[in-house]
Design a protein around this ligand. Structure first.
Ligand SMILES: [Zn+2]
Length: 103
């Protein structure tokens, strides 16, 4: 199976409990802190950005990570967790969803 077939293009929008999420593929994401990131989730505009220069497998994994942030935010659960735990939970969910879909 070709890489292209194995990892299809990312969806442009995703339905989530708090409303539709827009997915944008962008180059060189810079956080407010000045650090670089593979992906971001912006709750106010309900937009996920994914670095398009990453390999497709990594883009999908990052998408699932950011969508885990969306799910936690939409459920209000992020308020009861510290940042480290939030990131660990998002990584765990991203890995599970990635393996479920792509093996
Ligand atoms: Zn994160």
């Amino acid at each position: 199976m070709s890489t292209t077939k194995r990892f299809p293009p990312l969806p442009k929008t995703i339905s989530a409990p708090g409303g539709t999420v827009t997915v944008r593929r962008v180059k060189a994401i810079k956080l407010a802190s000045g650090h670089e990131a593979w992906g971001t989730w912006e709750p106010h505009t309900r937009t996920v950005e994914i670095d398009l220069t990453a390999p497709m497998a990594h883009q999908w994994r990052t998408l699932y990570h950011e969508l885990a942030h969306v799910a936690l935010d939409d459920a209000g659960l992020h308020n009861g967790m510290n940042e480290e735990l939030v990131e660990a939970v998002c990584d765990a969910l991203a890995t599970a969803r990635f393996r479920e879909r792509f093996g």
